[in-house]
Structures are given as structure tokens and as C-alpha cells.
Design a protein around this ligand. Structure first.
Ligand code: NDP
Length: 285
């Protein structure tokens, strides 16, 4: 047999990036699938993104993840943007087709896979409330709309950001969506089927922080989702569990968005259990 010492390369570009745990999960997946692939965690300052993307091409990398602050800036450096990444207005995953680099967004798709496969809930026809209007909220709102959600309300602290998100969502997807300013406590009403915390409230190290939400009037079959991946057991998740509600933690979204990326790049089925286990160990849970 001819020797082949050349590994296939993927990775993540971000700034800061050192605490991004994706490499742990992808490297575990490559090992489990017997693939000679490497996932590189690469610090790239904003002004160096153009050169970095030239490097991705020059190194023949099979794909790349983008994280803060590159998800929007990368749009102009790609050969094609997938329709849903264009609707979201951001790219977190790039895949290669020959010499062409194609931008995708797997954040919302990963969230959706978690809702369907882990929580066992179909968003079709459901009334949804999203807290937050940042990148994660935008990706989730687009994918829930494409999945047939009936009605969506977005609550956000910054009025302008919330209004802009809903305006983009409605004009790009035709969603039945509304914006409400988030002032004081948001009281969940019994008509809400799925509640998503898409803010960063509760993210390490602010683990004692909790979104100002009252679940007292929630319907018994409400699905409460939190996107915060670290720690997965946020105070919001804990309080929903204490009330007997169904929950989906941010770990699900993190694993499934990575699994979708793995499948786009390698065309192998992602070993999701291995990926989840690797992340849980990285978070010490
Ligand atoms: P952004 O910075 O784009 O958005 C942050 C959002 O949180 C904004 O809506 C902001 O409101 C809101 N927010 C932050 N602090 C507060 C507060 N104290 N009170 C009220 N609202 C607040 O971040 P992202 O959308 O990129 O990320 C959001 C979260 O999603 C993070 O925790 C991130 O880790 C997580 N995430 C998880 C993923 C996963 O795979 N599990 C994938 C991607 C992200 P305002 O506009 O008023 O500032």
C-alpha cells in the first residue's frame, strides 16, 4: 500500500477562540470514524480574515467554522452562500466543492435537530417565543420558520436590534413574526408551545444570571430551550425542570450543529454520542 501521511484539514477561525470547544468534539468524531482529519483552532484578528481565507484555499482545507467576530465579514469572501445562511445573514460553516467555498449556517439547523430528535417536538404549527435578537436568535428564527412554525414573538432588551431582526426575518422568509420590547419580567402565557432563551444570560462565568422570565402560567407541555452551552444546566433550565417542564439544553445545539458540519465535510454519519461525550468531558460534567 502507498503511504499517505497527508491529513485532511478543517478548523475554526475566531478572535478570541482559545476557549472554543469544537475541536475536542470534532477530533473525537474523526478518531471514532477512523478518519485522518485534523481540526485546527486558529486565532484570526478581524483585519486578517481576508488572508486567513486565502490560507484556507491555499492549504486545500476541506472546510472551516467561523466564530466571533467573523460570521458576517466572511460572506463577501465566499463563492456561494446557501439560501438559509443568506436569510440568516451569517455563515458559521464553510464547505468546499472542488475549488469553490460555500457558506452555510448550521447553528439553527443544529438547534432544530435537537428540538426534533432530542426533545421529540415538531415545531410545525407551533407558537414560539424567542428571547434575544443576536446571531443565535436569527439562525434559530429562520430555521423554525422554514420548519413551519405558526407564529413567533421575539423579545429583546435593545429595541432597535429586535426590530431589525424581525424586519429581516419577515422580509426574507415571510414569517408570521412580531417584536416586543423586553422590559421587566416576561410572563409566559399558556398559548406558547416553545420558549427559547437565545441570549447569553447565564453563560460562564455569569452562571448565576437568569433571564427575567416567569414560567408560572406555562402550559404543562411547554418545551423550554436554552442555547447557553456552558454550563448546560443554566438556572433557567433548572427552574423549568423543577416545574416539570420538558427542556433542551445548549449542549444539544452545540453537538448537532457540529454533527451537521461533520457530515457536510466528511460525508460520513456523525458519531453523535461520541461528540456529546467529548464535550461533556470538556465541560467537566
Ligand atoms: P450576540 O452577542 O449576537 O447576542 C446576544 C443577545 O443576548 C442579544 O439579544 C442581547 O440583547 C442579549 N443579552 C445579553 N445580555 C443580556 C442581558 N443582561 N439582558 C437582556 N438581554 C441580554 O450573541 P449570540 O447570539 O452569538 O450568542 C447568544 C448565546 O448563544 C451565547 O450564550 C452563545 O454561547 C450561544 N450560542 C450557542 C450555540 C450552541 O451551539 N449552543 C451556538 C451559537 C451561540 P441586546 O441586543 O439588548 O444586547
Amino acid at each position: 500500500m502507498t503511504a499517505n501521511y497527508k491529513a485532511e484539514l478543517v478548523g475554526v477561525l475566531g478572535y478570541p477562540v482559545a476557549e472554543n470547544p469544537t475541536g475536542v468534539m470534532q477530533e473525537a468524531a474523526f478518531a471514532s470514524a477512523g478518519l485522518n482529519w485534523r481540526y485546527l483552532t486558529i486565532e484570526v484578528k478581524p483585519e486578517a480574515l481576508l488572508d486567513a481565507m486565502r490560507g484556507v484555499r491555499a492549504f486545500g482545507m476541506r472546510g472551516i467554522n467561523l466564530t466571533i467576530p467573523h460570521k458576517v465579514a466572511v460572506l463577501s469572501l465566499l463563492d456561494e452562500i446557501s439560501p438559509d445562511a443568506a436569510m440568516i445573514g451569517a455563515v458559521n460553516t464553510v464547505r468546499r466543492e472542488g475549488e469553490r467555498l460555500i457558506g452555510e449556517n448550521t447553528d439553527g439547523k443544529g438547534f432544530l435537530r435537537g428540538v426534533r430528535e432530542e426533545a421529540g417536538v415538531d415545531p410545525k404549527g407551533k407558537r414560539i417565543v424567542i428571547l434575544g435578537a443576536g446571531g443565535a436568535a436569527r439562525a434559530i428564527a429562520v430555521e423554525l420558520t422554514l420548519a413551519g412554525a405558526r407564529e413567533m414573538t421575539v423579545y429583546n432588551r435593545s429595541v432597535e436590534r429586535g426590530q431589525t431582526m424581525v424586519r429581516d426575518l419577515v422580509s426574507r422568509t415571510g414569517a408570521n413574526a412580531h417584536f416586543e420590547p423586553w422590559t421587566g419580567t416576561y410572563h409566559v402565557t399558556p398559548d406558547v408551545n416553545i420558549l427559547v432563551n437565545a441570549t447569553s444570560i447565564g453563560l460562564f462565568p455569569d452562571v448565576d444570571a437568569m433571564p427575567d422570565v416567569s414560567l408560572a402560567a406555562a402550559r404543562p407541555d411547554l418545551l423550554l430551550c436554552d442555547v447557553v452551552p456552558n454550563p448546560p444546566e443554566t438556572r433557567l433550565i433548572q427552574s423549568a425542570r423543577a416545574q416539570g417542564l420538558k427542556v433542551l439544553t445548549g449542549l444539544a445545539m452545540l453537538v448537532y450543529q457540529g454533527a451537521i458540519g461533520f457530515e457536510m465535510w466528511t460525508r460520513h454519519t456523525a458519531p453523535e454520542a461520541v461528540m456529546k461525550d467529548a464535550l461533556a468531558r470538556a465541560f467537566g460534567i
